[in-house]
Ligand binder design. Structure first.
Ligand code: 5AD
Ligand code: SF4
Length: 429
């Protein structure tokens, strides 16, 4: 999401005549787009800001700005604490960046962290950064109002709002015409995407997905993230109808314990979650499922933790993002609960989840040996330039010997070997 936002910021500034430079030494402005989701994300930014002092010593004209969720959370406090920061801009204020940079050039320090109920940057064509020219992100909605008890996002990204589907389909089509082969539709909770069109009709997420999928069978469509409480059968049916909608669902579970899920304000139970997993397996037997999980949320007992491990054993995720709970200011947990699981215990629980998931991922991958997949080739393998890598519909990376193949092509590859993280394969002619 932050990468997609940075692409919007670059687009806004380029229209004003600013240029993006490759070398930080050449920059007049350095902007850091930040995350506030866990404390360690913020600490890394603090460190980066302090490291930039040396560069500012050599280039006194250099101005530093903090963008994104940490900017929104701390506002002008951030400038008070980091005296080398000149501007702080929240995620809904990027259209005002040209004005802000003008003020900064005139010597002011400025913060703009106003949130909006409408801003979706729908009309702004993002400038693709670090793109391989093959896959791109498209932001389809902004904000979140689920208020999970641990989460700062509703406070930093504001109310949920959906972007005009016409602009989304147009953006996807333009990308395809320029040679892109894959788009990922992005939102905090894509299943609650809903747009009221000017003719009075509404567009739901399954309808939007279908419109994007119909652009071309050669354009792959992915999406993230789905909240389990809103994952509908209708969406799964649309996915089943279109081969180019990738068979991979990211379904953050957060915990396997009903007591924790209730305290977390997730609005589902473990049984509900498993029912949604069963629905995925029913409509999309070949679909991969990935998740997010938090270890050591307030009052979590050993029994709750065991319920999470049990959930992992039952679902057998293909991939998981696994975190220790980090208490965030402003959240419900911060106001009403105590961060009472000590750091060592959180670490132990997290390590247990990581070890279990590593084992499951390896076993899942071993079952892939002998299967053949169509993959979209993305580039040269990091290990060897004689090899390429691509992904299958399930989002698994497969590495293979390059032969005559080029990035951006679809090829068929038979899986011959694996680790927990990667599949190895050979081209099938
Ligand atoms: N502590 C740890 N992990 C968190 N996440 C969100 N808030 C916190 C927090 N306070 C995780 C959730 C979410 C993912 C994006 O980050 O698992 O799904
Ligand atoms: Fe945070 Fe919950 Fe919204 Fe996800 S759904 S962004 S975890 S509040």
């Amino acid at each position: 999401m932050n990468l997609a936002d940075s692409e919007v910021v670059v687009s806004i500034l380029q229209k004003e005549g600013y240029e993006r430079v490759e070398e930080i030494e050449q920059a007049d402005f350095v902007m850091i787009n930040t995350c506030a989701i866990r404390d360690n994300a913020e600490q890394r930014i603090r460190k980066r800001v302090r490291e930039l002092r040396a560069l500012q010593g050599r280039h006194p004209q250099l101005r530093i700005g903090i963008l994104g969720c940490m900017a929104e959370r701390l506002q002008s406090q951030l400038m008070a604490e980091e005296d080398n920061v000149s501007f702080v801009v929240g995620p809904d204020a990027y259209r005002r960046m040209p004005e802000i940079l003008k003020q900064v050039r005139q010597g002011s320090r400025t913060a703009d962290t106003e949130l909006s109920t409408e801003e979706t940057y729908a009309d702004i064509e993002p400038v693709r950064l670090h793109s391989n020219g093959i896959s791109a992100f498209i932001s389809i909605m902004r904000g979140c109002q689920n208020y999970c008890a641990y989460c700062v996002v509703p406070y930093t990204r504001g109310r949920e709002r959906s972007r005009d589907p016409e602009t989304i389909v147009h953006e996807a089509r333009t990308l395809f015409e320029r040679g892109y082969k894959e788009v990922t539709l992005l939102g905090q909770n894509v299943n609650s995407y809903r747009y009221k069109n000017t003719d009075g009709s509404t567009t739901s997420f399954p309808q939007l997905m279908e419109q994007v999928a119909l652009i071309s069978p050669l354009l792959r469509v992915r999406f993230a993230t789905s909240h389990p409480k809103d994952l509908s059968d209708e969406l799964l049916q649309v996915m089943a109808r279109h081969d180019n909608i990738c068979k991979c669902i990211h379904l953050p579970v957060q915990s396997g314990s009903n007591r924790m899920l209730k305290l977390m304000n997730r609005h589902y139970t473990a049984e509900w979650y498993l029912d949604r997993v069963a629905a995925i397996r029913h409509y999309l037997p070949e679909c991969s499922i990935t998740t997010d999980v938090i270890a050591g949320f307030c009052t979590e007992t050993e029994e709750d933790h065991q319920a999470t491990l049990e959930m992992f054993r039952t679902v057998r995720y293909d991939y998981a993002y696994m975190f220790k709970f980090s208490m965030r200011p402003d959240t419900f947990a911060h106001k009403h609960m105590v961060d009472d699981i000590d750091e060592r215990e959180k670490t132990r629980r997290l390590e247990e989840i990581i070890a279990l998931q590593g084992q499951i991922a390896l076993e899942n991958n071993q079952k892939e040996i002998g299967r053949t997949y169509e993959i979209l080739v993305e580039g040269t393998s990091h290990r060897s330039d004689k090899q390429l890598f691509g992904r299958n519909s399930q989002n698994k990376v497969i590495v293979f010997d390059r032969e005559e193949v080029k990035p951006g092509e679809y090829v068929r590859v038979e899986v011959t070997d694996c680790t927990a993280a990667t599949l190895k394969g050979r081209l099938v002619k």
